[in-house]
Design a protein around this ligand. Structure first.
Ligand code: FDA
Length: 515
């Protein structure tokens, strides 16, 4: 060891001194000098926008196998002024789990991914580095009638997903993933390992939806498993503008949020070339899952939404786990594909930018038509806008039950996903610019004061912290959009648990200014 070392060499030296077992920690530390540094970094970079030559890279990646490795990494990063970023699944839409504009260390939880299912008590202990697919696979291995209300894209990591609330196709029946956390194992800035009882209800509340990377590191969640029928029903019905899609969506806006909790309705909007005259049009796919049989679903839809013209041929019955593959567009594959952490779904483009909105009043047909004309102008067919219906139990859980505040009063959420295939600044600028223009067009039709947004659909356009200094006032702007009035309670918890703001990033919760 030489004193003329690079900044992170002091950090590395510190790690070797701190670690009880220096041989084992040396095996989980990767710097640019290690041949596997790049492959480890890139294994969980899903959005190639954050994998260019200009993207800042970590000085060190630590892939801990023991809790003591994490404790040592936190201690030595603090001591040597390095920032840490925790990465579970790496799906952060702005890359915040592995990109920072200051010297930094990535703690990659790839080796913290055990999943223990307890069928009798309907709970599971899941480590933060596990992906949703691993959880789903282990649940269905044990029971066809249990599930977890998680998201569709199953390579998402449990660490980031639940930290941001987590919504999925069972959420009208069972709430967000954060609503179904019963206990946690967590490390704070002082390296203390805490559970729900020892951390207290305030911190437990904050980490189940207050956004990843602000409070400390979640090691594992204890989750409530929920009952589902042995068979659920899925359907997809697609209509173009020429087939009356505008009127159907207009009706859907009022009907879908009032459907029984067992139905999960969404609409996916894409621009395509019309098969008749080759002109650009929009196809609306009404995609739904129902916790019940086709025989029960058909009369319900006939009564509530006859305009859709749902038929038996549109519907398929399958297990809940199989429905996850269906909703990923995966056909004729065994369920083992859920265990494939590196699976890259072809429906997700290599580059993307996301935005979100909440809708409280139905958008007029004229308003919808304006959105559709923006979609048809956009040359990329890989852009998709999805409307996810709210209602159900979301109307009955109070806004402050968890930090996730988007509950009663929402008809649906809009997910804008602008995707593209080609590398390059110009291409990226053009697509992002389209996303911003479309978002701006939608402002009269969506929630106001604040214009609400979903933290897991992270979008730095709505505001970010300064590098190195986090202003409470600045953070309030985006903080209220993500958390509404829960933001101030998150700030209080942050002030108590991490007053010096060690765990920080562009949209982390700041400590209170007066502290
Ligand atoms: P990642 O590892 O990038 O972490 C995200 C954030 O949490 C970062 O700030 C990170 O530092 C922090 N973090 C990670 N692990 C942590 C830990 N153990 N403790 C503390 N902080 C931690 N969302 C949704 O609700 N429903 C959905 O259906 C989908 N679908 C979807 C599809 C696709 C293709 C993508 C890319 C994303 C989604 N999402 C989503 C959004 C997703 O939930 C969100 O990006 C999560 O934060 C991803 O969690 P990861 O662990 O994968 O991300």
């Amino acid at each position: 060891f030489s004193m003329a070392a690079l900044p992170h060499e002091n950090f590395l030296h510190c790690l070797s001194l701190r670690s009880n077992d220096s041989t084992s920690i040396s095996r989980v530390i990767f710097t640019r000098r290690n041949s596997s540094y790049e492959s480890i970094l890139e294994a969980r970079i899903h959005n190639l926008r954050f994998n260019s030559t200009d993207t800042p890279k970590p000085l060190v990646i630590v892939t801990p196998t023991l809790i003591s490795h994490i404790q040592a990494t936190i201690y030595c990063s603090r001591k040597h002024g390095l920032q840490t970023r925790t990465r579970s699944g790496g799906h952060d839409y702005e890359g915040l789990s592995f990109v920072a504009r200051v010297p930094f260390v990535v703690i990659d939880l790839i080796n913290f991914r055990s999943v223990d299912i307890d069928v009798e008590n309907r709970v599971a202990w899941v480590q933060a580095g596990a992906i949703l697919g691993e959880l789903y696979y282990r649940i269905q291995e044990n029971s066809r009638t249990l599930a977890f209300p998680g998201g569709v894209f199953y390579t998402i990591g449990l660490g980031g997903y639940i930290s941001g609330g987590g919504f999925g196709l069972l959420f009208r029946k069972y709430g967000t993933a954060g609503d179904n956390v019963v206990d946690v194992q967590f490390i704070d800035v002082n390296g203390r390992v805490l559970d729900r009882e020892s951390m207290g209800e305030d911190l437990f509340w904050a980490i189940g939806g207050g956004g990843g990377g602000s409070f400390g590191i979640v090691l594992a969640w204890k989750l409530r498993l929920v009952p589902v029928p042995a068979n659920v029903t899925v359907f997809t019905v697609s209509r173009t503008l020429e087939q009356n899609a505008t009127a159907l969506i207009h009706r859907w806006q009022s009907i879908a949020p009032d459907l029984p909790d067992e139905v999960y309705p969404s609409v996916q909007l894409r621009a395509i070339n019309s098969t008749q005259d080759g002109r650009r049009t929009v196809v609306a796919s009404f995609v739904s899952m129902f916790l019940g049989s086709i025989d029960d679903l058909l009369p319900l839809m006939e009564q509530r939404f006859p305009e859709l013209g749902l038929t038996r041929q549109d519907c398929t019955e399958m297990s809940w786990a199989e429905s996850v593959l269906y909703n990923n567009g995966i056909q004729n594959q065994p369920l083992e594909i859920l265990l494939n952490r590196t699976y890259r779904n072809p429906i997700i483009t290599p580059y993307y930018k996301i935005k979100s909105d909440y809708v409280k009043q139905p958008v007029s047909e004229t308003g919808l038509n304006g959105l559709f004309s923006r979609l048809t102008e956009e040359v990329a067919s890989s852009t998709v806008i999805i409307l996810f219906a709210y209602g159900g139990i979301m109307n009955r859980i109070p806004e402050n039950a968890t930090p996730f505040p988007h509950r009663a009063g929402n008809l649906y959420k809009i997910f804008y996903n602008v995707g593209w295939l080609e590398d390059g600044e110009v291409e990226a600028e053009r697509r992002v610019e389209w996303a911003r223009r479309t978002y701006s067009y939608m402002s009269p039709f969506v929630s106001k004061s604040p214009r609400e947004a979903y933290i897991n659909y992270r979008d730095l356009d709505i505001g970010s912290n300064n590098i190195g200094y986090t202003s409470y006032a600045q953070a309030s702007a985006w903080g209220h959009k993500y958390f509404k009035d829960n933001f101030d309670r998150l700030v209080q918890v942050k002030t108590r648990i991490d007053p010096e703001n060690f765990f920080k990033h562009e949209q982390s919760i700041p400590p209170h200014p007066g502290n």
